[in-house]
Write a protein that binds this ligand. Structure first.
Ligand SMILES: [Zn+2]
Ligand SMILES: [Zn+2]
Length: 339
């Protein structure tokens, strides 16, 4: 079958690879579209130790069921589905506490040696499947997995709706943070990025203020927009030292800071100031099963629409699609490969 294989840094190509075997408890999916995630782009750039050449990446998927292993109940061929690509052991302490994202043995499709969904077919455990409405446009359904990341982030780090919220980074995660903040009723949301097209998208999605920090001092602008004292909550969705420090500097005394950007491992922060200001630091990673289920419900309910910033290309254009998202994504928040 056809698959897009990561062959070297900055290089993916369509190859013919063996068909997946359908194991016990599994369902064979016919992939219809797969989204390029920020983590796949890291892999493409050669920055991910867990994505080595020879790997088929991809874990954001819209598919139909091609075959159901005998013994699997509740699913039928031709049914439209997506699946939770984070597979956990189900028995460790984290899994028993419903924190599957912290499972000692978590795996995700399209990473390490687990083949992903930039491929015609994939076999997945039936327990990972979620039905999708037939009427849901593919360009909306593709957002289930990234929405799950943001649903999780909000669940663990935002206990009440803040009066003022700053979002640092207007990529897919930043845009979805705007969407969820507005769905939660946050009255004042501002967004910081260096990409004007993505800032314009954030405004259309409901952000009250968009700041290009290549042109102006974002910390000063955010602080004065907040009334001078800084914002009550910051979501940092880039993950490099400059943006992590900016997030801290724009936050009020007693603010909550949520860090989910995975840009670089180590950053220096003004810890004494943060201690004196009692700023609460939260981090969030991926999602638990219940977040994924909630994300399916949210996307299926069609409460928001990012189709205008979703680009579709055939799998054969994988190289150009990856290069665009790595180098100059412009207004595109989600690149979707049609399989
Ligand atoms: Zn992803
Ligand atoms: Zn586990």
């Amino acid at each position: 079958m056809k698959a897009l294989v990561y062959v070297a840094p900055q290089r993916v190509e369509v190859q013919n690879i063996p068909e997946p075997a359908l194991g016990d408890g599994q369902v064979l999916l016919q992939v219809s579209a797969a989204g390029i995630c920020g983590s796949d782009i890291h892999g493409f750039q050669g920055h991910s130790a867990r994505r080595q050449p020879g790997l088929v990446m991809g874990h954001e998927t819209v598919a139909t069921i091609g075959e159901v292993h005998p013994g699997v109940q509740g699913w039928r061929t031709s049914q439209r589905v997506c699946f939770n690509p984070l597979v956990s052991c189900g028995t460790c302490g984290a899994c028993r506490a419903q924190r599957e994202n912290l499972c000692a043995d978590w795996r995700i499709f399209g990473m390490d040696r687990v083949q992903g969904t930039f491929a015609e077919r994939i076999a997945v455990p039936a327990g990972q499947l979620h039905a999708l409405p037939e009427s849901l446009p593919e360009a909306e359904a593709i957002f289930v997995e990234p929405v799950a990341v943001m649903v999780h982030a909000f669940r663990i780090a935002i206990d009440s709706v803040p009066e003022t919220l700053a979002i640092v980074g207007a990529g897919t995660m930043g845009a979805l943070a705007v969407v969820l903040a507005k769905l939660h009723g946050a009255p004042r949301v501002c967004v910081v990025d260096t990409n004007d097209e993505r800032l314009a998208a954030a405004r259309k999605l409901g952000a009250d203020l968009a700041i290009n920090n290549a042109r102006e001092d974002a910390v000063r602008t955010v602080r004065s927009w907040s009334g001078g004292g800084g914002v009550e909550q910051v979501i940092e969705a880039v993950g490099i030292q400059a943006t992590r420090r900016a997030a801290v500097a724009m936050a009020a005394r007693g603010a909550r800071l949520l860090f989910l950007g995975l840009g670089e491992n180590e950053s220096s922060l003004p810890w004494v100031d943060m201690v004196r200001n009692e700023q609460a630091v939260f981090t969030s990673f991926a999602y638990a099963k219940r977040d994924f289920t909630a994300a399916v419900g949210l996307v299926a309910a069609r409460r928001f629409d990012l189709k205008a910033w979703t680009e579709t290309r055939p799998l054969e254009d994988g190289q150009a699609a990856f290069a665009k998202m790595a180098n100059a994504p412009g207004a595109t928040l989600k690149m979707m490969l049609k399989v």
